[in-house]
Design a protein around this ligand. Structure first.
Ligand SMILES: C[S@@+](CC[C@H](N)C(=O)[O-])C[C@H]1O[C@@H](n2cnc3c(N)ncnc32)[C@H](O)[C@@H]1O
Length: 99
């Protein structure tokens, strides 16, 4: 697969094609992790490991388990996030944000 520096790729984060580029210095996830973790968190972490390298920075926005609501996004607790994403990243900041 050819992907320019500013290109976009649409695909299954749990099943990237063999020729997916990387590693990347920055990973941004808004609302995907908190969905896919519910049925294949190890697959998601496998993808993260594959597309990152030492020094890569990640920014993850998830639903907050302390603000559970209906309707609302899937939620993740700080403990869950640390246990899961902590397998790939050193968690340097955990913060509540409003978007
Ligand atoms: C809550 S939406 C967030 C969309 C967008 N990132 C945003 O912030 O507006 C969750 C997104 O995760 C995508 N998604 C769910 N499972 C996925 C998978 N296995 N691979 C790639 N994307 C997936 C859905 O298609 C959906 O667009």
């Amino acid at each position: 697969m050819q992907l320019s520096r500013l290109g976009f790729f649409k695909g299954d984060v749990l099943n990237l094609p063999a020729d997916f580029p990387g590693p990347f210095g920055f990973v941004f996830d808004r609302g995907c992790y908190h969905i896919v973790r519910e049925f294949d968190v190890e697959g998601y972490l496998h993808t993260l490991k594959r597309i990152t390298t030492t020094g890569s920075i990640g920014l993850f926005l998830t639903g907050n388990a302390k603000e559970k609501g209906e309707p609302g996004p899937p939620v993740v607790s700080e403990e869950e996030l640390r246990a899961e994403l902590g397998k790939v990243f050193q968690i340097v900041r955990f913060a509540r944000v409003s978007i």
